[in-house]
Ligand binder design. Structure first.
Ligand code: FES
Length: 183
C-alpha cells in the first residue's frame, strides 16, 4: 500500500495540534490525504511541550506507513508485511553502512511494527515510503535508499533512520516518547 509524503505540503504545527486535540484522523489509502492517525492526546499545550503521544495501531493496514508528530519531529509508523520483515532480517550485516540487525530496531514480539524518525539522515528531507531498491524508503533529494528496517542501503545518508523512544502498552497501542518498562 502506497504511502505518500511529498505530494502535499508539510503540515504545520497548528494542523497537528488540531488533529491531536480530537479531530478525526485521516487514515486510508487516498494518495493525497496525509494518513495521520489519531493520537489520544492531552491538551494542545501539553502536546506542544513534548508530551508522549499515544498511537492506536489498529487502523494501520499491513504494508501501510503512517506519520505521527512528536516533539515537532516526523515519525513513521510502518506495519510491515511478512515479506518486508523477512527482507529486513535476511540481510548480511557486513554489507551495511550502519550495521544493525533488524531485531535491534523493533520491539520483541512486535517485528511487524517499525517506528522510525521520518527525516533522511543526510540533510533531513522526507523520504518516500515503499520506494527505492529495497522497497523501504527513497529520499528524492539526493538519492538515499533505506530498507524495510529503515537502514541506509545507498546514497549519501550516513546512518540508519533513528528509532525514537516508544513503548507498547498493548498489542495495538504504542506510546511514543515513553521508554519500554523494564521488568
Ligand atoms: S536529504 Fe536525503 S539524500 Fe540528501
Amino acid at each position: 500500500m502506497a504511502e505518500t509524503t511529498t505530494h502535499v505540503a508539510e503540515p504545520t504545527r497548528r494542523d497537528f495540534l488540531f488533529i491531536a486535540t480530537g479531530a478525526a484522523a485521516a487514515v486510508g489509502g487516498a494518495t493525497l490525504v496525509w494518513p495521520f492517525i489519531q493520537s489520544l492526546a492531552p491538551d494542545a499545550a501539553t502536546v506542544a511541550a513534548g508530551a508522549p503521544v499515544e498511537v492506536d495501531l489498529s487502523p494501520i493496514a499491513a504494508g501501510q506507513i503512517v506519520k505521527v508528530f512528536w516533539r515537532g519531529k516526523l515519525i513513521f509508523v510502518r506495519n510491515r508485511t511478512p515479506e518486508e520483515i523477512k527482507a529486513a532480517e535476511d540481510v548480511n550485516l557486513a554489507s551495511l553502512r550502519d550495521p544493525q540487525p533488524d531485531s535491534a530496531r523493533v520491539k520483541p514480539d512486535h517485528a511487524q511494527w517499525l517506528v522510525v524518525y521520518g527525516n533522511c539522515t543526510h540533510l533531513g528531507c522526507v523520504p518516500l515510503g515503499n520506494q527505492g531498491e529495497y522497497n523501504g524508503w527513497f529520499c528524492p533529494c539526493h538519492g538515499s535508499v533505506f530498507d524495510t528496517s529503515g537502514r541506509v542501503r545507498g546514497g549519501p545518508a550516513p546512518i540508519n533512520l533513528p528509532i525514537p523512544p516508544y513503548a507498547f502498552v498493548s498489542d495495538t497501542k504504542i506510546i511514543i516518547g515513553q521508554e519500554e518498562a523494564t521488568a
